[in-house]
Design a protein around this ligand. Structure first.
Ligand SMILES: [Zn+2]
Length: 212
C-alpha cells in the first residue's frame, strides 16, 4: 500500500466514524500502518475530524520521528505499542462511542448474549486494565486484552478495535457499539442469558477462520 493509500484509508475511517456516530469533535483517533516501511499514518491531535484533509495526517516513523503540520494524536503510544506487539495488524480505531464506553465506565465486559457478538467480535468483549490516557501502559493493557479478539474496552475510557485493513477495523468499532447498545437495551427488560457453550464455540471458530 502506498503512502497516498494509507492516508486515504485513515481519512475514510475518520469519515465513517463520524457518519456512524462513533466519534464527535476531536475524540478518538485512527491509524494505518504501511507494511513495507512500518510507517504509521495517524490522525492529528486537536483537529476537528469533520475538517480533516490529507495534509493533516501525521507520519510516525519506526525510529519514533514524526512528520506533519500537527502533533500526532495524544494516544499515539497506544497505536505504536499495539503495532509493535501485533505484527499482523495494519489498522487501529480508537473511539469513545457512547454505549461501549458506558460498559467501559463500569469496568464491565460486554457479554456474549448476541450471536453477532461472537461471530463478528469473537465473543465477550473484555476490559483492559486501567491506564492513563496517552501512556504506553494503555497499549500494553490493550494488547493483553486483544488475544483472540479484534476489539477490547479500555477501562473507564473507551474502545480500541484492530484489524488487517482499514474498513474491517472501523466496521469492528461499529459492531462493538451496536452490540453494546442492543445488550444495554436487553438489560433494561431482563437479565440476558449467555449463548449455549457449544454454539458459542462454533461461532468462535467461524470468527477465527474469518480473522486468521
Ligand atoms: Zn481516548
Amino acid at each position: 500500500m502506498s503512502a497516498e493509500e494509507c492516508i486515504k484509508n485513515v481519512l475514510e475511517m475518520s469519515q465513517l466514524a463520524i457518519e456512524w456516530n462513533l466519534m464527535t469533535g476531536t475524540n478518538g483517533n485512527m491509524s494505518v500502518k504501511e507494511w513495507d516501511t512500518g510507517i504509521i499514518y495517524i490522525t492529528p491531535a486537536k483537529v476537528d475530524y469533520r475538517q480533516l484533509t490529507s495534509n493533516d495526517i501525521v507520519l510516525i516513523y519506526p525510529d519514533g520521528r514524526t512528520e506533519g503540520i500537527h502533533n500526532p494524536s495524544s494516544e499515539w503510544k497506544l497505536h505504536k505499542t499495539i503495532y509493535q506487539h501485533m505484527p499482523n495488524i495494519s489498522a487501529i480505531a480508537h473511539t469513545h462511542s457512547p454505549y461501549a464506553s458506558a460498559f467501559a465506565a463500569l469496568n464491565m465486559s460486554i457479554p456474549a448474549v448476541l450471536t453477532e457478538t461472537v461471530l463478528s467480535l469473537g465473543g465477550r468483549i473484555n476490559v483492559a486494565q486501567f491506564a492513563l490516557p496517552g501512556s504506553e501502559e494503555i497499549g500494553v493493557g490493550a494488547v493483553a486484552c486483544l488475544k483472540e479478539r479484534n476489539v477490547c474496552l479500555l477501562a473507564q475510557h473507551g474502545v480500541v478495535a484492530v484489524g488487517k485493513n482499514a474498513f474491517d477495523t472501523i466496521e469492528t468499532a461499529l459492531n462493538v457499539e451496536v452490540a453494546a447498545k442492543t445488550t444495554h437495551l436487553a438489560m433494561q427488560i431482563a437479565q440476558p442469558t449467555a449463548i449455549p457453550q457449544a454454539a458459542q464455540k462454533h461461532l468462535q471458530e467461524r470468527f477465527m477462520e474469518n480473522n486468521q
